[in-house]
Design a protein around this ligand. Sequence first.
Ligand code: MN
Ligand code: MN
Length: 291
Amino acid sequence: MKDEILGAYVEAGKIASRILGRSLPLVRPGASFHRVVEEVEALVRAEGAGLAFPLNLSLNEAAAHDTASEGDDRVFRAGDVVKMDLGVHLDGYIADTAGTVDLGENGPLLRASRAALGKAISLVRPGVSTGDLGAAIQGEIEALGFRPVANLTGHGLGRFEIHTPPTVPNVRMNGGAVLKEGMVFAIEPFASTGTGYVSDGPRVQIYQQTGDRPARLPEARRILDQVRERHGLPFARRWLTGDKLDLTLASLVRSGHLHAYPVLRDVPGSLVSQAEHTVIVTGDGCIVTTR
Ligand code: MN
Ligand code: MN
């Protein structure tokens, strides 16, 4: 890896780590969901960095992909388990990191995802397979009495690409990719009190452009014009301006111009925690860019 690229990954990681550390304490009972999201995103822009994706704040049984909507009036409540997932990029080089805030009494649930992440990171070096990382994650989470979320995974990172090979499973798996020096990827264990499987909910606030085909309708073209500068990185509905946004977004998803990211959730009443870091594989271990 060239020095400039390594430097960008490391610097993006430092920014993401610093901002996540400052932002997790903003999640308190009575605090506004919308205000926290806007405040954290503003911190990223104030650093001169880009958002690799909208700030994800996902509550309780929701594991990922929720963010504030326009006019979102939700507030955090005592008892909530809140995942904050932050993506920062410098010139397209991404740092992806997440933590969980417990507004109840769920210490063991939070420890489970953190311990799994720590264990997986300790194993990263050339020659290890992603299946080995999944087995370690599952072992740590189950030892604390929870279920790993089997259908969410860590993922490779590329320039302006948030999901590239390798996939890093959260459960035991035969085979998998063999790690090599220079690979950049996120490891993100989720621990759940529910089934350990997430499914799409009805709420969609995050989208991503797929390809660069022109659209026909003027409203559709206005949306694509607004997201072109994202270079294919995900964006939030609340970042857009214009009329008939919901109809137009839905039609752009149907026509294949956009990919939708519905909120992913385990069963009602369950609680999910998440921990995430970005790593770069070195000759004998890894650099954790977001620690
Ligand atoms: Mn993330
Ligand atoms: Mn991730």
